[in-house]
Design a protein around this ligand. Structure first.
Ligand code: SAM
Length: 287
């Protein structure tokens, strides 16, 4: 059964009286080459175990089952369980866990299902939980690779370089913990119902050590957040809320200059290494 064929999708969903839920971010793929490529590039074959988020009707799930030993898919919508029972019937290496991926302990799920085995995560993510889902998948520490389809703009934001308009606090968070790359774009026409925006497949490979070394990780991210909360302001002014209780404005200027930066620079131009240097110097002053 081609689970991306529009007539098949209509027939199967019609048999089960299923209606798409916009609020659950339900846009199903209609081009079989897309889930084939995602599954092939996800590392599922090499790792053997996969956690999928949001199987929907199972088009990506089936491609993962063809390549991996064990696929566990987390689906929130109970109405899709009978659909998956039909579409996944030929696979004995598939199981579904009904629930909200954001409420699950993903590390515990992997231990329970795969023991000490290697695992990857893979998903065509529902748009409304993109950021928290990526954060939860990364923070679980359970996956060698996390390959997710997201809005193209979000993928670009995550991979963005300093000084670009897409560069954000979330770019820095992800790039601190993982290697991030866009594998390929997927136009909105490849889905039913058709979403308003194009998508892209993003592959995150968590790093053994953070991308930059910093003495005080909490302070590093506090500075990043402060800088991007007021990204139109200079870094010196934006850092005020975090540092002003301990330092005068002149001292903040000296700190920024000691990090090798121009006092008029904006936070959006700093690399991860710049933030690490700044945080280390600030932590010396604060302690
Ligand atoms: N994998 C299918 C595909 O590619 O055609 C469907 C992807 S669709 C974009 C997102 C799926 O995630 C839907 O099946 C939706 O019901 C499910 N979903 C939405 N919120 C979820 C949540 N919090 N936890 C787990 N699954 C969720």
């Amino acid at each position: 059964m081609n689970l991306c064929d529009i007539e098949t999708i209509r027939a199967v969903l019609g048999r089960h009286g299923f209606h798409f839920s916009k609020s659950l971010g339900q846009n199903f793929l209609t081009d079989i080459t897309v889930p084939e490529r995602i599954a092939e590039m996800s590392g599922a074959r090499e790792a053997g175990n996969v956690v999928e988020v949001g199987p929907g009707m199972g088009c990506l799930t089936a491609e993962l089952c063809r390549r991996a030993e064990h696929v566990v898919s987390v689906e929130l919508d109970r109405a899709l369980l009978p659909v998956l029972a039909e579409t996944m019937a030929e696979f004995d290496n598939f199981e579904v866990v009904q629930g909200d991926v954001l409420a699950l302990d993903l590390a515990a799920l992997c231990r329970e299902k795969f023991g000490e085995g290697r695992a990857v995560a893979c998903a065509n993510l529902p748009y409304y939980i993109t950021t928290p889902a990526i954060t939860a998948l990364m923070e679980s520490g359970a996956f060698e690779h996390i390959t997710v389809m997201v809005q193209k703009e979000v993928a670009e934001r995550i991979c963005a370089a300093p000084g670009t308009s897409a560069y954000s606090a979330f770019s820095i968070y992800v790039q601190y913990h993982a290697k991030a790359e866009i594998l390929f774009d997927v136009p909105a026409d490849c889905f039913v119902p058709r979403p308003k925006v194009d998508s892209a497949v993003l592959k995150l490979t968590p790093l053994a050590q953070p991308a930059v070394e910093t003495r005080d990780e909490k302070l590093f991210f506090a500075l990043v957040r402060a800088a991007f909360n007021m990204r139109r302001k200079t870094l010196v002014n934006a850092l005020g809320p975090v540092l002003a209780s301990a330092m005068s404005k002149e001292e903040i200027v000296s700190l920024v200059e000691a990090a090798g930066l121009d006092a008029r620079i904006r936070g959006e131009r700093l690399s991860l290494a710049d933030y690490a240097k700044l945080a280390d110097l600030a932590s010396e002053k604060l302690n």
